[in-house]
Design a protein around this ligand. Structure first.
Ligand code: GCV
Length: 655
């Protein structure tokens, strides 16, 4: 393949805008981006950028006393002219891309002015990119799309053209913050905060014209490793002073810097525990350095014992974030956001919601998703994750009719907004995301963060329309392949919410007992009689009790626990009958055959598209579907054989 794939912004996506007479009014760096987009579109499609005279499209950035949100825009038809109004360049940019997604519909008939504004003020992507190539994790930790678009073997790239193209893609879907480096902060990465800051300035310059603020992941030990102090104790005045001085220098260089991201006391990263302090002490020390400049610290709640003894049945990793953070509710400064992984374990294909989300009403909370497919097929498998995120965002932790997870993140429940954050899935691969169809996850994350009520199929439809314009056959086939692919992946991998069963370290491919006798706290406890983790209050680890009612009761009882989470909450015999009417072990057999079969059909459906999609896309997806089918077969046979051998229960459907 020659050149970089345009993702969802090929020139053809701009046909409706570019074939018209367009006026852009307003100033500033983001309005300049809008003008440049329109300029390129009209040059391609025969329209014109006009200063005066009649126009088919007016994009107006001007003050409006009635509007307060710089990200909002109003779009409507005034006579034969489509008009977009915003008070800030960023609102205008979002308005332009709204029209691009609508295509010709935006220019037909009558439409009263309608206001659009994001439901979430913070829509952020974190990059687990390393500056130095890590000996195990490589250039991008859990990256499946080649090298980093920011860094190359120890330095920030001289040529940031990929980063620029990426910023444009993110601006088009409304992402407004980016974390530039891995939350596991190595020696070189730590220096982005100090002597490598000029390179961060270059990256901030790349993102600014698209309305995106940059953040740095920082090491809690930086006062020692960079500052030469004997301690990083967050209550030590010299430490506080170091953070204040260092942060002042960052803002002198990047006045619109977003703030810090911190992984502390987690998987070997330094943190406040070393000084007998808690996470509020740690987060607040950094927050106070950022406060004078309006910066925010995103402090991750992914804190657990990663040196657990598998023999010890009383410790439960799922409990850890709540146990560490819930008691600190109310202790965090206003510019701290506690960033919580969506599930209590680690981005599995199926987990309950993290109970932290419902446990800290006086704390700003962000929910964290994983767009990069660490546990969901490494961007070798089609696994469209938008339905999973939609389900989480729409979940009502306090029961029906009460606030949703999206409400908590958006500040509509109790505390002010924290945001929606995800780990990005891009790299320097020509398709951006390794698997070309994984672009839809990145697109869908942005769209869902903008409006959590969007239907996953509608979001996918937008992506298909932009990326593969004009072919109903392709549209239909892609829905067939992608709409249900998350559930397909679930069917052929770890069953009923039990999680993991992946090859340790790598996290790709089946290894049912791979983590069973490890230190990581990720067990399924299968024996000859049954499988699953007892997390009930009555007889288990008590995790179910970390949820408010009604969920604590629903999860506590096998009678009311949803099938898909049964083994997350309960250890049950193999002949336990699910709500679906089948036994646990037969469910395992059946779903693994079904899931693998669905992948075979996905490959068949895709094969019909030869000639209808660009050859390079066709070839890459074809190749990856073959790998997905191989891997799904492997999963099916490992998991089914394992449970047949353990339980001695035959598969009713096999002769
Ligand atoms: C960045 C999981 C991953 C790690 C990752 C960690 C985290 O444990 O395997 O690679 O580290 O999550 O989210 O911090």
């Amino acid at each position: 393949m020659i050149g970089v794939h345009p993702a969802w912004l090929p020139a053809s996506a701009f046909r409706s805008v570019g074939s018209r007479r367009v006026r852009v009014t307003g100033d500033g760096p983001v309005v300049a981006t809008v003008r440049a987009e329109v300029g390129a579109a009209v040059a391609e499609h025969g329209g014109a950028l006009v200063d005066d005279g009649p126009a088919d499209l007016e994009l107006v950035c001007a003050p409006d006393g009635a509007e307060a949100d710089p990200e909002a825009f109003v779009v409507g038809r005034e006579g034969a002219t489509t008009v977009v109004r915003a008070i800030d360049g960023v609102g205008l940019l979002y308005g332009l891309h709204h029209l691009v997604r609508q295509g010709e519909t935006a220019f037909a008939g009558e439409a009263r002015p309608r206001r659009h504004a994001p439901r979430q003020p913070v829509r952020m992507l974190d990059h687990w990119d390393n500056v130095d190539v890590h000996p195990v994790m490589g250039q991008v930790e859990r990256g499946y799309s080649g090298g980093s678009i920011f860094y190359d073997d120890g330095v920030v790239r001289a040529d940031l053209s990929r980063a620029r193209a990426y910023a444009r893609l993110l601006g088009s879907i409304g992402v407004n913050r980016v974390g530039l480096n891995n939350v596991n902060v190595g020696r070189t990465e730590a220096r982005l905060l100090t002597d490598l800051l000029p390179d961060v300035v270059r990256l901030a310059d790349v993102f600014r014209p698209h309305g995106i603020k940059v953040h740095l992941s920082v090491s809690f030990a930086a006062p020692i490793t960079l500052g030469g102090l004997p301690t990083a104790d967050p209550l030590d005045p010299a430490v506080r002073d170091w953070w204040a001085r260092t942060t002042t220098e960052v803002y002198a260089a990047i006045p619109d810097f977003g703030g810090y991201v911190v992984k502390a006391d987690s998987e070997g990263q330094p943190g406040p525990f070393a000084y007998g302090r808690d996470h509020a002490d740690g987060a607040n020390a950094l927050a106070r350095a950022l406060a004078p400049f309006g910066g925010t610290v995103f402090w991750r709640a992914f804190v657990y014992d990663h040196r657990q003894d598998w023999r010890d049945r009383s410790t439960d990793r799922a409990r850890a974030a709540y146990d560490n953070f819930a008691p600190l509710d109310g202790a965090f400064d206003p510019n701290v956001v506690v960033q919580v992984k969506s599930g209590p374990m680690d981005f599995q294909v199926r987990e309950p919601l993290s109970p932290v989300i419902a446990a800290m009403p006086r704390t700003r909370l962000a929910i964290e998703f994983q767009v990069t497919q660490e546990y969901t097929g490494h961007q070798k498998h089609v696994c469209h994750l938008v339905p999973q995120w939609r389900e989480v965002l729409g979940f009502e932790p306090w029961g029906e009719g009460r606030p949703t997870v999206a409400d908590v993140a958006a500040g509509r429940a109790a505390a002010p907004a924290g945001g929606v954050v995800a780990v990005s899935n891009v790299g320097d691969d020509p398709f951006w995301t390794g698997h070309p169809l994984a672009q839809a996850n990145l697109f869908g994350f942005g769209r869902l963060a903008w409006d959590d009520r969007l239907a996953p199929e509608a979001v996918l439809d937008e992506w298909i329309g932009l990326t593969f314009p004009g072919s109903p056959t392709v549209r239909e086939a892609l829905h067939e392949v992608m709409d249900g692919s998350w559930l397909t992946y679930e069917r052929y991998t770890a069953p009923l919410g039990v999680g993991f069963m992946v090859k340790p370290g790598e996290h790709y491919g089946p290894s049912v007992d791979g983590y069973e006798y490890s230190q990581w706290g990720t067990y399924h406890f299968a024996d000859r009689d049954g499988v699953g983790v007892d997390r009930t209050c009555a007889t288990g680890t008590g995790f179910a009790g970390q949820f408010p009612k009604p969920w604590r009761d629903r999860y506590e009882s096998v009678a009311t626990c949803p099938d898909e989470l049964l083994l997350f909450f309960h250890h049950v015999p193999y002949d336990h009958v699910l709500h679906s009417g089948t036994t646990v072990v037969q469910h395992i057999y059946d779903t693994h055959f079904a899931g693998r079969e669905e992948v075979r059909r996905m490959a068949e459906t895709w094969a019909r598209l030869e000639g209808d999609v660009p050859p390079a896309v066709f070839d890459r997806v074809t190749e990856l579907l073959a790998e997905q089918l191989r891997s799904a077969t492997e999963w099916r046979d490992h998991v089914n054989t394992y449970f047949w051998r353990k339980s001695g229960v035959p598969d009713l459907r096999q002769k």
